[in-house]
Structures are given as C-alpha cells and as structure tokens.
Write a protein that binds this ligand. Structure first.
Ligand code: GCW
Length: 691
C-alpha cells in the first residue's frame, strides 16, 4: 500500500472509532459532562468551588438534575468521609464534600450504582513519598525529572508551568483520596531546611492546599550541625532540641498546615540517633515534641539493615521490637511491605502486628524499582492486595495487615499509608501509560484497603481508555467491554505474577543486576570486588551444588521466629511453606519434590519459561485491542511490551544458565532453549542493550 493510502486508512480508522490521539497527560480524569447539573450549596470556599467546578465539568447523571453539597456533622462520617446518594453528598468537612464529588463522578463515569452509602477512609494520612532530589533528579524515578525541583540557579524560582502542573497533580491526587505529599527524597539534602527551600515548599503547599493535600518533608537528623552551626545533632542535647523547635516554628509560620517530617535514620549511610548512642525512639520523640503543638506527625522509617549481618531480613524487627511502647503518639513507624526491599514478591514484614503499642504504617513502592522500571507493564495492585490481606495472626484470625494498620485492631491516634511515587515530568506522568494505574491503585487502596485489585483495574481502565460512545449509559451493552475491557483487565491482573515468574519465582529475591546501581534485569551472579556481602546476589539465593534458597528456619537465620504462630511453623516446614515463598524461607535440594510432582530444578525452569510466555501472550492481547485504543497510547504500549518480552527472555536465560552451573541438570527438553549465552549476559548491562 502506498504511503498516501496508509495515511488515509489511518484517518478513516480514527474517524470510525472516534479515537482522538491522546498522550496520557489527562490520566483517569478524561470524563466530560453529558448534560447540565443544578448545584445547591450554601457555602463557598476554594475547596467547595473546586467541587462545584468538577461537577459541572464531569456530570454524567440526569440532564438538569439537582445535586446538593451539604456540610452537616454526622457521627457515622469519619474524618473526611462522606455520605453519597444520587442527589446529594453530605460530609463533616469541605474536603469530605470534594471526595464525595469525585466518588460520584467516578461512579457515573464507570457505570456503577449510587445508593445511599457511607464512605470513610481506611487511613487518616494517605501519603505519596517523592524520592525527588533538589537538583531535579529522582531516585528510582523512571518518568523524567522532578515536578517540584529544578537544577541550577533558577531552581528555586516558581513559574506558571510549575503552578499549572502542581495543580494538575493535586487534582489527580485528590480525585483518588491522597491527602499528603512528601516533597523530597528520604536520602535528603541538608539544604532542605534552608530558607530558600522552605519558600519553595510554601509555594507548592499553596497550590496543593485547596485540594486537601498537606506537604511533608524528609530531613536529615544531622541538620542542626550541618546547617545550624551546632557542634552536635544529639537528639537529647538541649541546644539541638531548641534548634528543632525553632525550625519547626519557622516552618509553620509560612506553611500553617505543614504535615510533619519523614525520617530515614541510621540506614544506608543516613545520619541518625544511633550516631550519638541514642535510640530510634529518642530521635523520633524529640522531633515529635517539636511538631506536636502544631498538630504535626513524624513518620519514622524502619528500613534498617547492617552490613555483614547474617540475615538482613531480621534487622528491623530486632531494632524496633525492644522500643515498642516508647514512641510518642504522633510518631508512626513506616515499614516497607516486605522485610528486604520492595522485591517482586516478599512475605510481609513481621513488625506488622508484632508492634502492639506503637503506631505503624505500611510503605509501598509505586515506582517500579525492581519490577521493570517504566519499561514493563506491571500492575501492582495484586501485590498490595496480597500484602494487605496477609494474616499476621497477632490478635487471632482476621488480624490482617490491613486491619492491623488501619486502627481496627490497635487504637492508633494517627493511621497512615505511604507510596513511593512514580511521577515525573514525562507527559504521561509515569513513563508507561499503564504505570498510571499503580498511582491510581495506591490512592484507591489508601482510601479503602478492602478494595480488590480487580475492581480497581476495572475502574481505571474504564476511566482511562473508554471512548466517548462507551461512556454513556449503554456502557454495559458495548462490545468494548468484551473486546477491550475483559482481555486488558486480565492482562493487568496477570502481569505481576508474570514478572515474578520470569524474574524471581518461588521466593527468590534480590538477584537483579546491580551494575551501575540500575536494578534492572537479571544478576544472580552480581558480586563485584569489595562490595558488601548483603549487596551481592549470592547472599540471597545461596545456590550451591546441594540446592538453592535462603535458610531462614530456626536452624538457619531464625527469621521464621519473628512471625506469629501458625506462620512460623508453617514457614519452617517445606511441606507447609507456601510455594510462592519456598526459597525465601528454605534452602532446598535441586531434586526436592514440589507439590505438582516436579523436582525443584524443573519447576524453576518451567516457571521462568511460563513467565516469558505470559508476556508474549500480553503482546498478542494488546495487538488485538488496537481498534479500541487511540494511536499514540496504543503504539507506546506496544513498543514497551516488545522490550518487556525481550527482557523477560534475558531474565529466564540468565537465571537458568547461571543456576544450571550448580544444579548440573538439563533444562527440560519440552521448553524453549535459552537463546543467549551466559558469558554474554554476565558482561552485559541490560540498560545499555535497551538504548
Ligand atoms: O532499595 C533502596 C533503594 C534506594 C532507596 C532505599 C530506601 C531512597 O535502592 O534507592 O533510597 O531503598 O528505601 O531508603
């Protein structure tokens, strides 16, 4: 076909399906009103005005209907919750009204029913953590530079583009219930608390405020000596205490609704109270006292591990359990979902539920550091659902991580959940069109930790990809549901397990490429000279001629003992340990018999191969939905799936060929042979291959 014909065909296709080119910048907020609405609201304020404007812009209810925004206290409504009915949203606060309006519009636009219903948030603080550096780079960011910080002299100036973007950012967050943003990296700069930086934070806070989003900062505990001219930063030193009190006063003077601090202390080289012989509680409480008069909180991270320890997974529990009950009520210990570090699959961190007299909040990673950056399509809500639904057994059956952390079981003055953001200056915000679903899912789960990943995917796809004609009331009758929604939703729901299968199956973890600190692609061999042993891969997989896996039983590192019964006995025993965690807790022989009758080595081979095939299937699925997707987003996702296919193959070949040196067994002959050489892969930096 000639070029001309091609172009004509393209235009015809666009016309036929009403598919306007889209770049993804509008996220899930594409809904346009289908008629007018008559809003009744007694008050006016910046937040209520936003609510009204959103209603006008997105209303898809009955044309000309009356809709009331009512602020009226009701005991059944908690914090910023609301009661929603077809003609009214009632809330205790203005923010509750705004959340109610977003919920209403979401339901209208996704064809969900609206009945008289109370919607209360699971967590009080629903916070994004931006690992943004003041020079504009983003640690573990794969979507361009920071939306808050820019490099160079003009870095502190604020321009109209900034303001526009921050407003869009605030709106997107509010629409899914996020109400806090930590604006800078936990590996924080000492400059964060200088006047210049705080002025910039003030400017951001002003844009976020009407949308109900509080600003928080990560700060260095050594700030008093680094920028305050003090000789020490010992948290028990009176001058240090005074320095922080003064600094906090200065902050609240310019940002009256400032949320508080997020602290990474005595972790990966960051300063902390232990530098002065003090405990985490000493450090956290000192800051908590400083922010308390202003209603601020301290989120203190439990991501700690020591070089050369026998098992890094045990460290947080060891350091924090002895401090249970010693923290102020405005301190919340922020704990990563897994005990090592955001791996594709980990069991939950045993601190959840074990800390009974201390507030605890989960930290999830939205940015895909270990799950394919912004190259791979991985929907993370399944992982978070699995984590939140994990039984800790700490207070009997039903003590899931969700209920342990949301105040249902332990009375916490503050409840919170954090997600490490995947947002940058890329037009589509997240690097991959589908990575937006993870931002969306985090917000939705933070609001309601009982939602299923299936429901969230369904909503997100309808909001993000449906075309005009499907958005009307006959959405359910459309073939779009059958030919786009169903297959793509299935793809999303299978994507996380596929990634686990082709990268770190059966409980394997931390075997990624460490070269240049990329954390992309396989690296079970990773062990450069002079590196800490707990940064090498062999520390985690422990492959040898006998078998593979980390022995965390009572005969090994003893990590199983940090879990409540019946989990500790379950994990200790290969017959009862869930196979998804097998090599996390046990070192087993290559010929260990799996439940399906295969030996462990063969199971590994089949699982890696399955992962690769799953991604190939994703490619086919996506290609088939082309008629339902606008050209730009279709081809962007298509290109990325191609890369993902390639990289999944590299994972499979690299891991199987490497482990085969120990297992000394053939790769079962009915699965596809490796297409790469191990030598080649060991020398290759996958991120170079991608360029
Ligand atoms: O896994 C590590 C990441 C670091 C990160 C650290 C943390 C911000 O590789 O980049 O530092 O976790 O969570 O503090």
């Amino acid at each position: 076909m000639s070029m001309k014909c091609n172009i004509l065909l393209f235009i015809l296709i666009l016309f036929a399906f009403n598919l306007h080119a889209e770049d993804g910048h509008n996220l899930w907020l594409r809904g346009k009103s289908s008629g007018s609405v008559n809003i009744v609201c007694a008050k006016s304020s910046s937040t209520l005005d936003i609510a009204k404007q959103e209603l006008v812009q997105g209303w898809q209810g009955q044309n000309g209907a009356k809709f009331t925004l009512k602020i009226k206290k009701d005991k059944a409504i908690k914090s910023d919750g609301f009661i929603l009915s077809e003609n009214e949203v009632q809330a205790n606060t203005e923010l509750g009204i705004l959340y109610g309006v977003y919920e209403l519009l979401r339901r209208q636009q996704t064809g969900q029913t609206i009945q008289n219903e109370i919607c209360n948030p699971s967590y009080g603080c629903r916070v994004l953590n931006h690992w943004d550096n003041l020079d504009g780079t983003v640690e573990r960011g794969y979507a361009g530079h920071s939306i808050f910080w820019h490099d160079g002299e003009k870095g502190y100036a604020v321009n109209d583009n900034d303001r526009k973007l921050w407003k869009e950012y605030a709106r997107a967050n509010a629409s899914i219930g996020i109400n806090g943003s930590v604006l800078n990296n936990v590996n924080s700069s000492k400059l964060m608390l200088t006047k210049q930086c705080l002025e910039k934070v003030k400017a951001v806070a002003e844009l976020l405020r009407p949308y109900g989003i509080k600003t928080y900062l990560s700060v260095k505990l050594s700030s008093p000596s680094l920028i305050g001219g003090l000789k020490t930063s010992d948290p028990l030193n009176p001058e240090v205490i005074k320095w922080w009190k003064d600094k906090v006063k200065e902050i609240y003077k310019i940002i009256p609704d400032f949320g508080g601090f997020l602290i990474k202390a005595n972790s990966e080289g960051e300063p902390g109270p232990q530098d002065f012989g003090r405990s985490h509680a000493d450090g956290a409480n000192m800051l908590a006292d400083a922010v308390k008069p202003f209603g601020g909180i301290i989120m203190w991270r439990a991501f700690v591990y020591e070089a050369n320890s026998k098992d890094r997974a045990c460290q947080a529990y060891k350091e924090f359990m002895p401090l249970d009950g010693q923290f102020r009520d405005n301190v919340i210990i922020q704990v990563k979902n897994g005990p090592v570090d955001f791996q594709p699959r980990e069991p939950f961190t045993p601190l959840f539920g074990a800390l009974k007299r201390t507030s605890v909040m989960p930290e999830l990673q939205i940015t895909q550091e270990y799950l394919g950056h912004s190259i791979q399509l991985v929907y993370l809500a399944n992982m978070w659902e699995e984590f939140l639904k994990s039984e800790t057994y700490q207070e009997g059956i039903g003590s899931t991580v969700a209920r342990i952390t949301d105040g249902s079981i332990f009375p916490q003055k503050y409840t919170a959940i954090a997600g490490v953001a995947n947002i940058g200056l890329d037009t589509n915000w997240c690097g991959h069109q589908f990575a937006q679903s993870n931002w969306y899912a985090f917000g939705r789960l933070a609001w309601n930790n009982q939602l299923t990943s299936e429901k969230i995917a369904d909503e997100w796809l309808k909001l993000t990809f449906s075309q005009k004609k499907e958005k009307s009331a006959n959405l359910n009758a459309s073939d779009w549901l059958k030919n786009f929604l169903a297959p793509v939703k299935r793809l999303m729901l299978e994507s996380r397990d596929a990634t686990v299968n082709y990268s770190m199956p059966l409980g394997l973890h931390h075997i990624f490429a460490g070269l240049n600190n990329t954390h992309y692609g396989p690296g079970p061999w990773f062990s450069p000279k002079g590196i800490r042993i707990d940064w090498t891969s062999a520390y985690y997989h422990k492959a040898d001629s006998f078998g593979i896996g980390f022995d965390r039983t009572t005969k090994g590192s003893g990590a199983v003992s940090q879990y409540h019964e019946p989990l500790s006995s379950q994990f200790e025993n290969p017959a009862t340990c869930p196979e998804i965690y097998l090599l996390w807790f046990l070192h087993l022989p290559w010929d260990y018999k799996m439940k399906d009758g295969r030996i462990l080595w063969n199971e590994l081979c089949y699982t890696y191969d399955k992962g690769v095939n799953e991604v190939r299937q994703f490619q086919k699925t996506w290609d088939k939905v082309q008629p339902y997707v606008d050209a730009q987003r279709f081809s962007e996702v298509q290109c990325k799936l191609r890369l993902q296919c390639h990289d999944a193959q590299v994972w499979k070949d690299g891991c199987l060929l490497y482990f085969q040196q120990f297992s000394k067994r053939p790769i079962p002959f009915d699965i596809e042979r490796p297409v790469y050489d191990l030598d080649y892969l060991m020398k290759t930096d996958l991120t170079d291959m991608l360029k």
